[in-house]
Design a protein. Structure first.
Ligand SMILES: O=P(O)(O)OC[C@H]1O[C@](O)(COP(=O)(O)O)[C@@H](O)[C@@H]1O
Ligand SMILES: [Mg+2]
Ligand SMILES: [Mg+2]
Length: 342
C-alpha cells in the first residue's frame, strides 16, 4: 500500500529549532505541550454526542456568553498542559476575566505568554459542525522569575513569536507559524501523531468565496454593504458572483478560505460597535497566519497586527483572506469614508 512520508510535528519542531543556533528548545517545548492539549480536546470532541460534554456548563463567561461544557474542558486542558511545559508564565483566555499566572517558580521563569480561544465556534459544538482552538504566543516583557503582568499581554500582533489554530473537523489539523511560513499537520489517529500534510501554505491572491453573516446585513457599514453587493454582482471575467460560504466558526471559515482563496469579514455592527471577534486570541493569530500565507488582515482601514491593544478582551472588526479580495473590500470602505477637510 502506498504510504506517505511521515514527518511528525514533534520531529518538525525539533528540526525547525535547529535553524535557530541560540534556541534552547523553550518554544519547541511550549508548542509540544499545545499539541498534547490538542490531542486531549480532540478525543472529547470526536465523541461529543456520547460523553457528557454537550450543552451548557451553567456559567457565564467574561463575554456574557453561556459557557459550553467543551469551552470549560478545553480551557482546563490547555491551562494544565501549558503549566506543565514550564515555559509559559501567563495565559490570557477567552474564558477567564483576568490573566492566569502561576505561583510555581518553574512557570514564573517561563519566557512566554499565551493567548487563547480554547474553543472557537461554540455555537457549533452541539450540532457536529467543525470547531477549533486558536492561540498566539509572545515573549514576556516583564522580568523572568516574576509573576507575569497585564502589559505582557497588551503587545501589538507584530510581536507574536508564534500563532496557530487546531481545527476539529472531518480530520483534526494543527496549523501554525513562527514567522517562517505556515505549516499544517493532520492528526493520524492510527498512530496518534500530527503529521505534516500542508507544507508552506500560500493562500491564492484571488478567490471566489466570501464569508460573512448576512443576517447582520441591515447593520453593516456602507462600505461593507457595497463590497457584499460587489461579490454578488454577475461579472464572468472576474468569476462573480462569488460563492457565499459561512460556517459560523472563525477557524473553519478562515481555514477553508486559506486553502481555496476567499475573504472572511466580521465588521462592526450596531450590536457590536467595536466588532465581535477578539483582538488578542482570535484576530491577531489569524492575521499573523494570513500574512505569513501571503494574504492580508485588516479592520478595513488598519493592519490588525499594528493595533496596540488596550484590554484583554478587546474586540475589533476584521477582514481577512486573499490579498486582492481584502484590498478590494478596503477600497469600498475607503470610498465611503467622509472626506476630511483640512
Ligand atoms: O454567530 P455569528 O454572530 O455569526 O458569530 C460567529 C463567530 O463567533 C464565533 O463563534 C466567536 O467565537 P467563540 O465561539 O470562540 O465565542 C466565531 O467563531 C465565529 O466566527
Ligand atoms: Mg472564538
Ligand atoms: Mg471560544
Amino acid at each position: 500500500m502506498k504510504g506517505y512520508k511521515v514527518i511528525t510535528l514533534t520531529t518538525f519542531l525539533i528540526e525547525s529549532q535547529a535553524e535557530f543556533p541560540y534556541a534552547k528548545g523553550e518554544l519547541t517545548r511550549l508548542l509540544y505541550h499545545v499539541m498534547v492539549a490538542a490531542k486531549m480536546v480532540n478525543k472529547k470532541v470526536n465523541k461529543a454526542g456520547l460523553v457528557d460534554i454537550i450543552g451548557e456548563a451553567g456559567e457565564v463567561n467574561v463575554q456574557g456568553e453561556d459557557q459550553k461544557k467543551l469551552d470549560v474542558f478545553a480551557n482546563d486542558q490547555f491551562i494544565a498542559a501549558l503549566r506543565s511545559s514550564g515555559e509559559c508564565c501567563g495565559i490570557a483566555s477567552e474564558e477567564n476575566q483576568e490573566i492566569i499566572t502561576f505561583d510555581d517558580d518553574l512557570s514564573r521563569d517561563g519566557n512566554y505568554i499565551f493567548c487563547m480561544d480554547p474553543l472557537d465556534g461554540s455555537s457549533n459544538i452541539d450540532v457536529n459542525v467543525s470547531i477549533g482552538t486558536i492561540f498566539s504566543i509572545y515573549r514576556r516583557i516583564s522580568p523572568r522569575g516574576e509573576r507575569a503582568v497585564l502589559d505582557d499581554f497588551l503587545q501589538p500582533g507584530t510581536k507574536q513569536v508564534a500563532a496557530g489554530y487546531i481545527i476539529y473537523g472531518s480530520s483534526t489539523m494543527l496549523v501554525y507559524t513562527t514567522g517562517r511560513g505556515v505549516f499544517g499537520f493532520t492528526l493520524d489517529p492510527s498512530i496518534g501523531e500530527f503529521c505534516l500534510s500542508h507544507h508552506d501554505i500560500k493562500t491564492p491572491e484571488d478567490g471566489t468565496i466570501y464569508s460573512i453573516n448576512e443576517g447582520n446585513a441591515h447593520e453593516f457599514p456602507e462600505g461593507i454593504k457595497k463590497y457584499v453587493a460587489y461579490c454578488k454582482d454577475i461579472d464572468k471575467p472576474t468569476h462573480r458572483p462569488y460563492s457565499a460560504r459561512y460556517i459560523g466558526s472563525l477557524v473553519s471559515d478562515f481555514h477553508r478560505n486559506l486553502l481555496k482563496g476567499g475573504i472572511f469579514l466580521y465588521p462592526h455592527t450596531e450590536k457590536n460597535p467595536e466588532g465581535k471577534l477578539r483582538l488578542l486570541y482570535e484576530c491577531n493569530p489569524i492575521a499573523f497566519l494570513a500574512e505569513q500565507a501571503g494574504g492580508k488582515a485588516s479592520t478595513g482601514s488598519h493592519r490588525i497586527m499594528e493595533i496596540k491593544p488596550h484590554s484583554l478582551h478587546q474586540r475589533v472588526s476584521i477582514i481577512t483572506g486573499s490579498l486582492h479580495m481584502v484590498e478590494k473590500a478596503e477600497a469600498f470602505i475607503k470610498e465611503q469614508e467622509p472626506i476630511k477637510l483640512n
